[in-house]
Every structure is written in structure tokens, then in C-alpha cells.
Design a binder for this molecule. Structure first.
Ligand SMILES: [Zn+2]
Ligand SMILES: [Zn+2]
Length: 112
């Protein structure tokens, strides 16, 4: 039995797919530039949204959806989504729901 399975090497270059674009990307170049796996994925996801308006499939995001108006936003971190929700609630007195792409359950942010 070999000590090292050569397919392990693929773990170091995560692949990101986007069904809306019908494309797949290999992040080995980004990894070489940025050094860290998660950071490269995060950076790629943010760049992808900046250019296309949506996140790739394999990235789980926090989505904040207003119950009172059509405003909604997507963030990679819970903090980002919560900050948006709190700010929106403060200015508009609307209620916002926070959903995570993978987790069940909803957090509601109420205006103060
Ligand atoms: Zn896309
Ligand atoms: Zn609103």
C-alpha cells in the first residue's frame, strides 16, 4: 500500500463550479498568489460576484432578506450579513431574515 495517494494533491487546488455560468475553475493560480486555500476561495467568490452579480455554487453564503421590501444581500460571513441587516433595520425599521446556504433555520433581525 503506498504511503501517499497522488490524488491527495488535488486537495490543494480547490475547484469552484458555477451552474449559472456553466463553468468550472481550478484555483491553483489563485492559491499560488494568495497562499491559503480558504482565502483563495473567498477571494474568488467575491470577485465572481463583483463581475457577474452572483456567487458560485460551491460557496455557502449568508443571505439577508428583508421582509418589508425587496432588499436582499449575500455575504460570505455571518458578520457581514448581520451588519447589513442591522443597518437596514436601523434605517428603515424593517425586519430582516438571515439564512445560511447550508444550515437550516432562520435568524430574524428586528429594528430596535
Ligand atoms: Zn457564475
Ligand atoms: Zn427593507
Amino acid at each position: 500500500m503506498p504511503d501517499h495517494d497522488p490524488t491527495d494533491d488535488f486537495d490543494e487546488a480547490p475547484t469552484i463550479a458555477c451552474s449559472r455560468c456553466g463553468r468550472e475553475w481550478d484555483l491553483d493560480e489563485e492559491l499560488a498568489d494568495l497562499g491559503a486555500g480558504n482565502h483563495a476561495v473567498e477571494q474568488f467568490a467575491l470577485d465572481h460576484r463583483r463581475h457577474t452579480g452572483h456567487f458560485p455554487d460551491s460557496v455557502s453564503t449568508w443571505r439577508a432578506t428583508c421582509r418589508n421590501c425587496p432588499e436582499e444581500t449575500e455575504h460570505l460571513s455571518r458578520d457581514g450579513a448581520t451588519r447589513w441587516a442591522e443597518t437596514h433595520a436601523r434605517h428603515t425599521r424593517h425586519r430582516i431574515e438571515l439564512h445560511h446556504a447550508r444550515d437550516q433555520g432562520t435568524t430574524v433581525v428586528d429594528p430596535e
